[in-house]
Design a protein. Structure first.
Length: 592
């Protein structure tokens, strides 16, 4: 049995919020060890057995595979009769970004085959949330339901797939509740990575239900094939609670398996079978093995990125097609995850918003966070690029390699610190010519047996592989610059109710103080006052998170206050003296 599966291991936390024993000392690890730890954590996605623990199902458990079969058949039905039908993929944060990526990619594929585009995506906070973190809409069940209601207007058959890795987001709970009230038209599917028993029970403001009630009702309805819950346990995240990593990857694996099986059944008459689904999941496991067989090269990129961040330089991902979008997503997630500056790690994609193909179109007028085209990189960043910056190209053999070479040549005039992650599919390109353009190229060679020249599958594999590489680079670089304590991101932004609860847990974990004491310290840090008024303590969590959104470092301040029993001003001056979280925590522990 995995250590985290034991009933006594962090018993009050759901799997997705537990800390992963594999990465307990990630903050002391060197780049190669970091990549090895991430490899092991990601391998848990494909764990075959729950080691006799009835509490957990795994991705390959027969009940999970069977549910994937059932949902794939729903996709097949819709694809065969697309008139007045819709498949909606929805989620918050990374879950919504994965929904967007799949919906737009598959719509593009359908359009290129002169078929009706039947996919739609919803992300809490709208398209802005594709590139920046918009965490408060995650708490709004009514907004979720309203957005779904609008998407379904005029439709007679809707397959709704709501993703909440933690079985926790009120936005998704509101949507699922809406589905349950409209089962004649909508079949709801819930994807997440906790057993239903561990779904969130915290009351949702102005709502008669919480997430667990919805998940339980769906579980019941699954017996009549009216709703489906897909919730294998894939183990805790490498950085506690950071569902952009395993949660996002596992969501991608499950959704792509479902949707591809549905497409192959509808378009090629390939029957959807239990073994076929298992085979498809095994292929994704192979993608994991192939990607992480490059540990040394990946570790070298982690090191380069860390050096750049330490020198106050930058990391730039320049990608083509969806690999560029994967880069933009990874970069934008560093801001809320590690409290990174927006300039620290940035992503750009060839052809910018026309490649994104998002519902709200070109968002570049919204400000610098939305400047994503290679052309913008060339105009605004390239002139000031130096060896302190790390540039990583992301491309596959299917991209316009002349364009890749031309941009590489321009970048080389400013820095030699230029690298690439390249996917070689048939070996038909001229790898030596390409290799000579970069300081190093991490070449991932895909055996044709894996995707049998199926372009959709090939693309999905390259995307997932790139996601794993970039998650490792950005996480590893931030770990090496001291942003993480053990495997906790302490300096988290407390911008919604889930993050508020996580913050209190972290304070309890590191100080041993009571829940009430930790919450008071957090509120003092949020409101910046020593004595809380009665009104403040009794205000709802939403109000606290709105104020917290405007403040920095509230959790570290609360932590130091709890440890040192000092004032807010003392805690702040303490933290100013340390840039490395572990040092600050260790030093304030010495105060006791
Ligand atoms: O609240 C922020 C966040 O934790 C993101 O990091 C994450 O992608 C999002 O919530 C969604 O979480 P979940 O998929 O568990 O609903």
């Amino acid at each position: 049995m995995q250590h985290w599966q034991q009933p006594s291991y962090e018993p009050y936390l759901p799997v997705t919020e537990k800390s992963n024993p594999i990465t307990r000392d990630i903050d002391r690890a060197n780049p190669e060890e970091i990549v090895q730890m991430l490899q092991k954590c990601d391998a848990e996605i494909f764990e075959r057995t729950s080691h006799g623990n009835p509490m957990y199902q795994t991705l390959c458990s027969s009940s999970v595979v069977q549910t994937i079969v059932e949902v794939s058949k729903r996709v097949e039905v819709i694809l065969k009769d697309p008139e007045d039908s819709l498949i909606v993929l929805s989620g918050c944060g990374t879950s919504g970004r994965i929904a967007f990526l799949l919906a737009t990619s598959l719509n593009r594929w359908l359009a290129s085959h002169h078929q009706k585009q039947i996919y739609s995506y919803i992300i809490a906070g709208g398209d802005k949330a594709l590139l920046t973190s918009q965490e408060s809409p995650e708490d709004d069940p009514f907004l979720g339901a309203l957005t779904l209601d609008k998407a379904c207007v005029g439709k007679k058959h809707v397959l709704f797939i709501g993703i909440s890795c933690g079985l926790s987001a009120p936005f998704v709970a509101g949507q699922l509740d809406f589905c349950l009230r409209n089962l004649k038209i909508i079949t709801p599917v819930l994807i997440g990575f906790n057993p239903v028993d561990m779904a969130r029970t915290e009351p949702i403001q102005n709502c008669s239900f919480h997430f667990k009630e919805i998940a339980e009702r769906m579980n019941e309805l699954q017996k009549q094939k009216k709703a489906y819950v897909l919730n294998p346990a894939v183990g805790p995240e490498a950085i506690s609670g950071s569902s952009r990593m395993k949660g996002g990857s596992a969501t991608k694996v499950i959704l792509e398996t479902i949707l591809l099986a549905g497409h192959e059944a509808a378009c090629n008459n390939k029957a959807i079978t239990f073994n076929g689904i298992l085979h498809s999941l095994n292929k994704f496991e192979k993608v994991h093995q192939i990607t992480y067989s490059h540990t040394k090269e990946l570790a070298a990129l982690v090191e380069k990125a860390a050096v750049s961040l330490r020198r106050k330089g930058h990391v730039y991902y320049l990608g083509w097609q969806t690999l560029g979008i994967i880069g933009i997503i990874d970069a934008s997630e560093c801001i809320p995850t590690f409290g990174a500056g927006f300039e620290d790690i940035r992503g750009f994609v060839s052809n910018g918003f026309s490649e994104m193909n998002n519902k709200e179109g070109d968002l570049s007028s919204l400000g610098p966070h939305f400047i994503i085209d290679h052309k913008d990189f060339v105009h605004t960043i390239l002139p000031n690029l130096s060896d302190n910056d790390t540039v990583i190209f992301l491309y596959s053999e299917n991209d316009d390699l002349n364009e890749v070479s031309a941009l590489a040549k321009s970048v080389r005039q400013h820095t030699s610190n230029l690298h690439a992650i390249a996917h070689e599919l048939t070996g038909l390109s001229d790898p030596d010519r390409m290799r000579s353009q970069f300081m190093a190229v991490l070449t991932i060679k895909w055996p044709s047996s894996l995707h049998k020249y199926n372009p959709v599958l090939m693309k999905q594999h390259c995307e997932l592989s790139t996601k794993w590489c970039l998650n490792a680079i950005s996480t590893g670089a931030h770990v090496l610059t001291g942003k993480v304590y053990m495997n906790y991101m302490i300096d988290l932004r407390v911008t919604n109710s889930k993050l508020y609860r996580r913050a209190i847990h972290i304070l309890k974990r590191f100080t041993g103080s009571t829940q009430a004491y930790c919450e008071t310290a957090l509120l003092r840090a949020i409101y910046g006052i020593e004595e809380l008024s009665d009104g403040m303590s009794s205000t709802n969590v939403t109000q606290h998170t709105l104020v917290a959104n405007e403040r920095g470092s509230v959790v570290p301040i609360a932590l130091v206050m709890l440890q040192s029993r000092g004032t807010i001003a003392e805690a702040k001056s303490y933290l100013d003296a340390y840039s490395v979280i572990r040092d600050a925590v260790a030093a304030c522990q010495r105060l006791l």
